[in-house]
Design a protein around this ligand. Structure first.
Ligand code: JHZ
Length: 396
């Protein structure tokens, strides 16, 4: 049974950055209700209203994984680990984005799947075999015909974006070698609750996995975890290593039961935990609005750093516009000179001159706080301050 625990109001498409500001309307279907539910049986957290994938992932998808040094080095380290630990002959990435991970692999070994044509173009240009298609059973069958079974399948921040999870895992099972490895990496719901990072919810994130919910899902396809790593990336993620249950050559590590127990102890099996999270999100909203209003009363100039999908949720849920945040800065070319989704706040190309004569920077990309603080050490040295809502609204 699905039980609602979070209502984030009406939201625009999170990665749709318009060239000129336009007030969006509910009736024209430019704003979508963003509500979240918990399934008491499967423990899966999912959006109640789902948007067709073609509306979100098409030829103009702006997000590029290579825009952060943190992700570049995380992917580099992972590639070294995959080669050392599994040494795949054929490696498939579902949701290869701009190739941030696969560029660390030999071209002849890699198959990419990427539904956004602007991104698929990049990996193709780099010489990597890329299917510009959505991940589904037909595609898995095509890939199997051409390449046979795959040794290692990897997918980061992608499977949670696909509505039909049964088809996702059926397709993976169809193509994965009997001794093959599946590696999935996504934000952890436990971390989301701990950090009160409700901005992990936007229309693209149809699901946020916990180890508990993902275990229930994969078990249906004779798959099981054999290792789980905790990562700092994207605000606290889990990297799940998965194998076929009949593959007895690989031992199941303690990290699996450790994570499952941690989640059970925290209460991730109980609806009440989710309900409480819903209540603290409301408090976080009020506290953030108060923080902004108090600073604006003192005529402080505030800008945003990192025009993230997450920030889109915050701005639209908390009703923050140009009267509060003058502009955002971002390094992504496809976001620059456009507007934050649903709001009249312009995104400027990242340049240190835009950090001058301001009082506060709101961290849209709070998940890259370490990287940003390192980059902006001069701003900090001169007394520059940041604002964040993680884990609660505050000045840093
Ligand atoms: P970042 C996206 O969410 C969307 P977002 C997607 N649905 C998903 O699941 C996650 O990613 C993984 C900029 N930046 O990664 C670059 C700077 O300008 O938090 C990006 O626009 N300067 C696929 O959008 C943004 O911030 C910097 O120094 O919430 C970061 O976006 C750094 C480090 C980043 O994801």
């Amino acid at each position: 049974m699905n039980k609602k625990f979070l209502d984030l109001g009406y939201q625009p498409l999170a990665n749709r950055y318009l060239r000129s500001f336009k007030k969006l309307s509910k009736t024209k279907n430019e704003l979508y209700k963003l509500t979240v539910s918990f399934n008491t049986k499967t423990k899966l957290v999912s959006l109640i209203n789902k948007i067709p994938d073609k509306k979100m992932f098409n030829s103009t998808y702006p997000y590029k994984s290579s825009m952060s040094q943190t992700m570049i080095s995380s992917f580099k380290n992972l590639s070294i680990k995959i080669k050392k630990r599994f040494n795949p002959i054929k490696f498939l990435e579902i949701g290869s984005n701009d190739g941030a991970l696969i560029k660390n692999f030999d071209k002849s070994k890699v198959v990419c799947v990427e539904p956004c044509s602007n991104l698929a173009k990049i990996t193709r240009k780099g010489g990597y075999f890329t299917y510009n298609k959505y991940w589904n059973l037909n595609l898995a069958k095509d890939i199997k015909k051409k390449f046979n079974n795959i040794d290692v399948i990897y997918s980061a921040n992608t499977l949670t974006h696909i509505n039909d999870l049964n088809q996702v895992f059926k397709s993976i099972s169809h193509i994965l070698n009997r001794d093959g490895i599946l590696i999935i990496e996504d934000p952890s719901f436990l971390e989301c609750i701990k950090k009160n990072s409700y901005d992990q919810f936007y229309n693209e994130h149809i699901y946020i996995f916990s180890a508990l919910s993902l275990r229930n899902l994969i078990n249906k396809f004779d798959l099981e975890f054999f290792d789980i790593e905790t990562l700092d990336t994207h605000g606290g993620s889990l990297r799940y290593f998965i194998k076929n249950i009949n593959n007895k050559k690989i031992k199941i590590k303690k990290s699996v039961s450790k994570q499952i127990l941690k989640e059970i102890k925290f209460g991730l099996k109980r609806f009440n935990t989710y309900k409480k999270f819903g209540t603290s999100v409301k408090k976080s909203k009020n506290d953030l609005i108060n923080l902004f209003y108090n600073l604006k009363k003192k005529n402080k100039k505030i800008i945003g750093y990192g025009a993230t999908a997450k920030a889109s949720t915050i701005l639209n849920y908390c009703g923050i516009d140009k009267n509060i945040i003058d502009y955002f800065v971002d390094t992504t070319p496809d976001k620059v000179n456009r507007f934050m989704p649903g709001k009249n706040i312009k995104i400027l190309s990242y340049n240190k001159k835009f950090l001058k004569n301001i009082d506060y920077i709101f961290l849209g990309a709070w998940n890259f706080k370490k990287e940003i603080f390192k980059k902006e050490k001069n701003y900090i040295k001169k007394g520059g301050k940041f604002l964040t809502h993680i884990p609660f609204p505050k000045i840093i």
